[in-house]
Structure formats: C-alpha cells, structure tokens
Design a protein around this ligand. Structure first.
Ligand SMILES: [Zn+2]
Length: 256
C-alpha cells in the first residue's frame, strides 16, 4: 500500500528540504507570560483576530536546536526585565548577552517580515541568527527605549504598555538604504537599524536624521551593561509600536 509522505519544503533558515514544523510567532513562554495578549494584529491579513500567529516553514532541526534556545533566553530576559511595567523617573540596569538578544530580535523580525515579503533582505542575516557567523557590525545596530505607563491629562485610568509587537518602523520621508525593525515587549522597545548594503553611501544629513529618529539608548556589542533611564511618560512613547506604518516615529522622537 502506498504511503503518503507529507510534502517537504526548503527551510526558511537552513534551506534544507524538510518537513516544516508549525511554530508560534511569539515564543510559547511569552504567550503564557502575557495573558493580556489575547488579540493579534496581522499586517498581512490587515486584521485583528483571536488566536496565535503561526509560521510553518522552518525545519525541526533549526527550531529545536537553535531558535528554541534563543526563545529560552528571551523568556529568561522576560522574567528578569520585561515582566513588570517600568517606573517613570527610575533607570534600569540592563545586563544582556548581546548576541543572544540580537539574534532573537532578528529571528522575530525575519519571521514576521517574510509573512509580508518572502524576499526580505533580513534573510542575509540567517548565518548570524543561526549562530554560524559573527556579529556583522557593519550592518546592524541596536537601541532600547523604555516606556512607563502614562495617565493622560484628565484621564482617570493609567494606560499601561501591556502588549507585545514586532514590525517595521517607517520614517516620514522614507529612505531605501536602511530598515528599522521594532520589537516591543511591554515597556521595552528594541530598535534594530539594519543596513543591507553597507557600500551605499547615504548623505550625512540623512544619516543624522535617521539616527535622530530612532529612540532609545545604544545597546553594545560587547555586552557591557547599560543604565537605561526610563523615558518620560507620554502617550507617543507608549504607542511607539503604533507608529510603524504611520510615519509618526520621527515626529514622536522629536517631541521627546
Ligand atoms: Zn532548517
């Protein structure tokens, strides 16, 4: 009797033909830790729905042997830093393993980006994400902005950043030589500046504009602990993740 084999596809990471596994976009550990995250927005579907966003194009080896380890590190960071809302007027002593953190942020970004654009340039970072290549310092930099809850003037209720989000930030006057990815985990907003082609020489003025538009403090490749002041409470900072497609990121940053 013939057996029916499940079809194989090239793994989105290692490109080997394999039977893909179905994975949640956000680590299971996060979904358990953020019970308020019960509605998901999908840019691809352009709608909000209940249920987990999943992807199904990664082989079991990549998922279990590499990417799952990055998720485990992110869950550790969650328990240490992301779980509680930041308190205005304080600072956070942020200790991190740079490669563990950035590789996870890039994995989240690559997984999200290719649901919209299968040929995303983030694919060139796969060797680094998988741990087989050193940090490509000429292509990437990382900043962190921490947003406290805010009580709008006249408002009775404190607004808290109780969400997680992964997307792309768009500047008002968009530039084509860089991509800004944002990963928001409650109070923590990570911004990854990615320059796919470091040979492209952007005008100095434009470089400065982009640098200035990206909120937050640098997070260093040598994993040096950083003291990050919690940002001023403001609705703009709280909703940084909403500025992805609206082009207000630049304005929001200028108002700081
Ligand atoms: Zn693979």
């Amino acid at each position: 009797m013939p057996t029916l084999d499940r079809p194989t596809t090239p793994c989105a990471y290692c490109e080997r033909e394999s039977k893909p596994t179905r994975e949640h976009l956000w680590p299971n550990g996060f979904i358990e830790r953020v019970p308020s995250y019960n509605l998901r927005f999908s840019r691809r579907a352009n709608k909000v729905f209940a249920g987990d966003l999943t992807i199904k194009d990664v082989c079991a080896t990549c998922n279990n042997e590499v990417l799952g380890g990055l998720d485990a590190y992110a869950c550790e960071m969650f328990d240490r830093y992301f779980r509680d809302f930041a308190v205005a007027g304080t600072e956070v002593l942020f200790e991190y393993d740079f490669d563990g953190l950035l590789r996870w942020l890039l994995k989240m970004s690559f997984n999200t980006a290719r649901t919209l654009r299968p040929d995303t340039p983030l694919a060139m970072l796969r060797p680094y994400i998988l741990g087989g290549a050193p940090f490509p310092s000429e292509l990437l930099s990382l900043t962190l902005d921490i947003a406290p809850p805010v009580t709008p003037s006249g408002g009775q209720r404190e607004l808290r950043p109780s969400w997680v989000r992964c997307g792309e930030a768009k500047l008002r006057n968009s530039v084509d030589w860089c991509i800004i990815r944002v990963v928001t985990i409650k109070s923590f907003n990570f911004f990854v500046l990615f320059t796919p082609d470091p040979e492209v020489a952007a005008p100095q003025e434009e470089l400065l504009r982009v640098r200035h538009a990206i909120p937050g403090q640098p997070v260093w490749p040598d994993s040096r602990p950083v003291r990050i002041p919690v940002g001023q409470p403001s609705v703009a900072r709280l909703h940084l993740h909403h500025y992805f497609a609206e082009g207000h990121l630049y304005d929001a940053a200028r108002r700081r």
